[in-house]
Ligand binder design. Structure first.
Ligand code: NAP
Length: 355
């Protein structure tokens, strides 16, 4: 296993951090070498401070990983590649500091997603946006981000539709799982027999991130796509898996059969080298009118495939459908890992050196 690149995990004890640790277990290119968390966890062994059971695919981090000592974010990090699963309020300055020290920082957090020189990437959709890192002259290293968990599901399905028919307008209503709120999340008393019709900051992300992802890279800048998105978000008592009810209006004529055919045929941007965490199919369309359902469909493609169903005509837009994304895999840990693999393929990690 020698020759793998050492990876540091920021926010290693949280919901996304622990899932990242699981997905890094046995990774062919990367080795989890350093872990960091809040002052309350610093100094403890990772295996004692974090819940490393019940991770995706039954992954169980080995004794070497469990024995790692949690370090403060301000510490010296030796790993060239740092995966950030920090809350946004902490991530902003910490990620800048570490990029300034020469690290490649691949982040789940919202802090830098909309920065003009920071790529916001879904590798199957806009891998070319990685070129934005060449504009990051403010740091010796780089910051690369993945979208919000609901946005990843939405932008993945919108991408082939926009390229084929042109999007005029999008409406999305989300039913979002509890694990999307991180720890401790909403209380059982709030969620039992209930739905919360507000998730702070979520609608704003759904209304601006897709246009950056589906924008065109021109002269070293992203020209955002022009279609508006109207979003309404809800927290529901589901463990994992965000369900999206999407309505789309097109510039070109298109009906449900056209939409289903384009989504079924989507294979993603062609990458010369296959990324180890990429699923065979990023989108799958199911015909059963009772699907997709979180419990039955979130693990499709080991959690990396977005499931689309109920594709039908819309009375106010052109077509409507349901889409399901595993918020912790395709929407977070898997998204960051895929972006880290993309950074590696594009040579970002080769030049990275901690100072
Ligand atoms: P979480 O469960 O609350 O975990 C937060 C992590 O950050 C923990 O490891 C925590 O360490 C650490 N942390 C908190 N405050 C810190 C501080 N002051 N200094 C250093 N470390 C600190 O959050 P999460 O759900 O995993 O989300 C992590 C990030 O991913 C967020 O930016 C979130 O928006 C984003 N994201 C989450 C999802 C999702 O579905 N959950 C999806 C996409 C993106 P301690 O354990 O020591 O407190």
């Amino acid at each position: 296993m020698s020759g793998r690149i050492d990876v540091g995990l920021l926010g290693a004890t949280g919901t996304v951090g622990t899932w990242l640790a699981g997905m890094l277990q046995g990774h062919p290119w990367f080795r989890l070498a350093e872990v960091g968390a809040s002052p309350g966890s610093v100094g403890r062994a990772y295996g004692e401070a974090a819940a490393l059971e019940g991770l995706p695919g039954g992954a169980v981090p080995g004794d070497d990983v469990r024995a790692l000592t949690l370090k403060p974010l301000s510490d010296e990090w030796k790993s060239p590649l740092l995966l950030s699963a920090l809350p946004s309020r902490e991530a902003g300055p910490v990620e800048e500091e570490l990029a300034g020290r020469g690290h490649v920082v691949v982040s789940n957090a919202a802090s830098h997603r909309m920065d003009l020189d920071v790529p916001l990437i879904i590798p199957e959709v806009n891998p070319d946006h990685i070129d934005l890192v060449h504009r990051q002259e403010r740091w010796a290293g780089t910051i690369v981000t993945n979208p919000n968990c609901s946005v990843i599901g939405l932008a993945l399905v919108l991408a082939p539709l926009h390229r084929t028919f042109g999007l005029q307008a999008v409406s999305v209503v989300t039913l979002q799982a509890l694990s999307g709120a991180g720890r401790p999340g909403p209380s059982a008393a709030d969620m039992l027999d209930n739905v919360l019709p507000h998730i702070g900051g979520e609608e704003e992300k759904l209304e601006c991130e897709p246009q950056k992802i589906l924008g065109a890279l021109e002269d070293g800048r992203v020209r955002p796509a022009a279609f508006p998105v109207s979003a309404q978000t809800h927290r529901v008592p589901v463990a994992h898996g965000h369900l999206l009810a999407v309505s789309v209006k097109f510039e070109e004529p298109a009906g449900p059969d056209d939409v289903a055919a384009v989504l079924s045929g989507f294979r993603g941007a062609v990458l010369e080298e296959r990324l180890p965490s990429a699923p065979d199919r990023a989108i799958e369309v199911v015909e059963d009118p009772t699907r997709p359902q979180p419990r039955l469909d979130r693990d499709r493609g080991a959690g990396m495939t977005v499931t689309v169903g109920r594709v039908r005509s819309c009375e106010t837009f052109d077509v409507k459908f349901s889409a399901l994304v595993h918020n912790l895999v395709r929407g977070a840990a898997g998204a960051a890992l895929l972006n880290a693999e993309l950074c590696h393929v594009f040579g970002c990690t080769a030049g990275a050196r901690a100072r």
